[in-house]
Design a protein around this ligand. Structure first.
Ligand SMILES: NC(=O)c1ccc[n+]([C@@H]2O[C@H](COP(=O)([O-])OP(=O)(O)OC[C@H]3O[C@@H](n4cnc5c(N)ncnc54)[C@H](O)[C@@H]3O)[C@@H](O)[C@H]2O)c1
Ligand SMILES: O=C(O)C[C@H](O)C(=O)O
Length: 329
């Protein structure tokens, strides 16, 4: 049976994450080896030529699943009929820029994109925001799309999740596939909280295997939370291939489901679970099935975790209040 191609829109397509992402989408890694895709690349006018170059390279790969590439600088065209939208392009923080300026500049990107999604995307649209500040950019886009179910707007904390798994596997000497049920809570920022208290290492409780709270507090958490900055320092540019990999993982898991007995981390609109104020886009442990996700309920949150979740959530509340004051939501 021939399947109808899935329309995947990628913003910031000419950027470094875009370059690492598009070939993987076109090869079937985002949605599955039997799912044809049409790509819509959104760029600002200055990025269009480079996006055209990437499209030429995509053509040259002769990917059997790739059924077309459109390039545009108009969000209304880019999101027309979109089933999946990866919002990667964002305004980076530059020297001397205050947080309020950054939020305002990104509001100028994510508000119109949210509106274009609202007006033109397919009914089953799923949105992943990668561009920073990812959680609050997702909130801005979501607020501009009142006709799209709020839960379709998500922010990427899968890179943090993968980083935490990798660090924990190294520490405990197991394979990454032996780590299950790790959680990133809160914001994709240095306040995020990678939680191992409910995680398993080769079938045993991770916190018990590690048995070293000082390592968790002083090494593991800061290493994961500041990994993005460490990569910028080492590479002279922010993470790209690993961020693209996490975007692929996020959407693939959302669409295809989590494995039995495991969960993942996604930035999603809070329903008030775990004392996280309703509406902010915060990272939670989630299971996914049939294209939908659910927050894992009933986890006991100890004091160590509570303080750290609350601190990251507080930062998200402040970001929400700032964009509200700017009239962006
Ligand atoms: N959530 C995460 O885990 C995570 C990880 C890594 C990077 N990021 C963020 O992802 C974003 C992109 O990173 P990058 O390295 O690809 O940046 P980049 O600067 O290489 O590329 C960004 C691209 O976006 C384009 N762009 C800017 N405004 C746009 C708009 N309004 N519409 C369409 N395109 C637009 C630019 O022209 C550029 O080509 C940054 O905000 C970065 O901080 C997030
Ligand atoms: O782009 C950044 O500021 C860092 C990025 O969000 C990352 O976590 O690698």
């Amino acid at each position: 049976m021939t399947r109808t191609p899935v329309n995947v829109t990628v913003t910031g397509a000419a950027g470094q994450i875009g370059y690492a992402l598009l070939f993987r989408i076109a090869s079937g890694q985002l949605l599955g080896a039997d799912v044809p895709v049409k790509l819509r690349l959104l760029e600002i006018p200055q990025g269009l030529k480079a996006a055209e170059g990437t499209a030429m390279e995509l053509d040259d790969c002769a990917f059997p699943l790739l059924r077309g590439i459109d390039i545009t600088d108009d969000p209304n065209v880019a999101f027309a009929g979109a089933n999946v939208a990866l919002l990667v392009g964002a305004r980076p923080r530059t020297k001397g820029m205050e947080r309020g300026d950054l939020l305002e500049a990104n509001g100028g990107i994510f508000k119109p994109q949210g509106k274009a999604i609202n007006d033109h995307a397919a009914d089953d649209i799923k949105v992943l925001v990668v561009g920073n500040p990812a959680n609050t950019n997702a909130l801005i886009a979501q607020a501009a799309a009142p006709d799209v179910p709020a839960e379709r707007f998500t922010a990427m904390t899968r890179l943090d999740h993968n980083r935490a798994i990798s660090q924990l596997a190294k520490k405990t000497g197991v394979a990454v596939s032996d780590i299950k049920r790790l959680t990133i809570w809160g914001n994709h920022s240095a306040t995020q909280y990678p939680d191992v208290f409910h995680a398993d290492v080769a079938g045993k409780n991770a916190a018990e295997v590690v048995n070293d709270e000082a390592w968790l507090a002083d090494t593991f958490i800061p290493t994961v939370a500041k990994r993005g900055a460490a990569i910028i320092e080492a590479r002279g540019a922010s993470s790209a291939a690993s961020a693209a990999n996490a975007a692929i993982d996020h959407v693939h898991t959302w669409v295809n489901g989590t494995a039995d007995g495991d969960w993942t981390s996604m930035g999603i609109p809070s329903d008030g679970s775990y004392g996280v104020p309703e509406g902010i886009i915060s990272s939670f442990p989630v299971t996914t099935k049939d294209g939908k996700y659910e927050i894992v309920q009933g986890l006991e949150i100890n004091e160590f975790s509570r303080a750290r979740i609350d601190a990251s959530v507080q930062e998200l509340v402040e970001e929400r209040d700032a964009v509200r004051a700017l009239g962006l939501i």
